[in-house]
Design a protein around this ligand. Structure first.
Ligand code: IMP
Ligand code: MG
Length: 189
């Protein structure tokens, strides 16, 4: 297990991160998801809507591996004020620019935790009468899911630990690490 000590991050300094998904594991899983989506959307041109900022690497890798044509757009919401605790409310910070009416939409997210963000996003897109909407999330924390939400495409299920890397951040840091790392189970924030 690769580990890495957090430095220059105030109260988080000294914590030991553990790598839980390597670049190779992520690549392999994203490839499988891309194959599945390419089959499911054969003959269609879906719009992939990436949820900023966390989904950027997943969205880019997934889109590059699709065998079908697609369009890309972005939406930005905030559900976490800071640290690792969810605020419980979702705010729209940047809306999509495309017209989704009559289109097939795939919302692409980094992680589903309580499910509040995912539900908010799906409802928001559905208001504009798309032909279909599905949800692709690289990660899902099933233990944390507070509502009945089902995502069609999930990369990995994970336990209740705070994760960073491959787009996931803690206070905007660690996003650019190419693999996924977990903070200790007993992390105190
Ligand atoms: P939810 O609304 O509680 O499902 O939270 C989803 C959002 O919270 C994701 O889009 C992430 O931005 C953030 N989030 C949830 N869990 C983690 C984590 O372990 N690391 C980093 N961000 C997370
Ligand atoms: Mg996010």
């Amino acid at each position: 297990m690769r580990t890495r000590k957090v430095e220059n991050m105030g109260k988080y300094s000294g914590q030991i991160l553990e790598e839980i998904f390597s670049q190779e594991q992520i690549e392999k899983r994203v490839d499988e998801l891309a194959k599945q989506i390419s089959e499911d959307y054969a003959g269609k041109v879906p719009i992939l809507i990436g949820v900023l900022n966390g989904s950027i690497f997943f969205l880019a890798d997934l889109a590059k591996r699709l065998d079908i044509e697609c369009e890309l757009d972005f939406i930005k919401v905030s559900s976490y004020h800071s640290g690792t605790q969810s605020s419980g409310t979702v705010r729209l910070l940047k809306d999509i620019s495309c017209i989704v009416t009559g289109r097939d939409v795939i919302i692409v997210e980094d992680i589903i935790d309580s499910g509040l963000t995912a539900r908010f996003l799906k409802h928001r897109i559905l208001e504009n009468q798309p032909n279909s909407v599905t949800f692709a999330s690289l990660l899902l924390k099933p233990e944390c899911l507070k509502l009945d939400f089902t995502a069609e495409y999930i990369g990995f299920e994970v336990g209740d630990r705070f994760l960073v890397g491959y787009g996931l951040d803690l206070d905007q840091k660690f996003r650019n690490m190419p693999s996924i790392w977990a903070f200790p189970v007993d992390m105190n924030v």
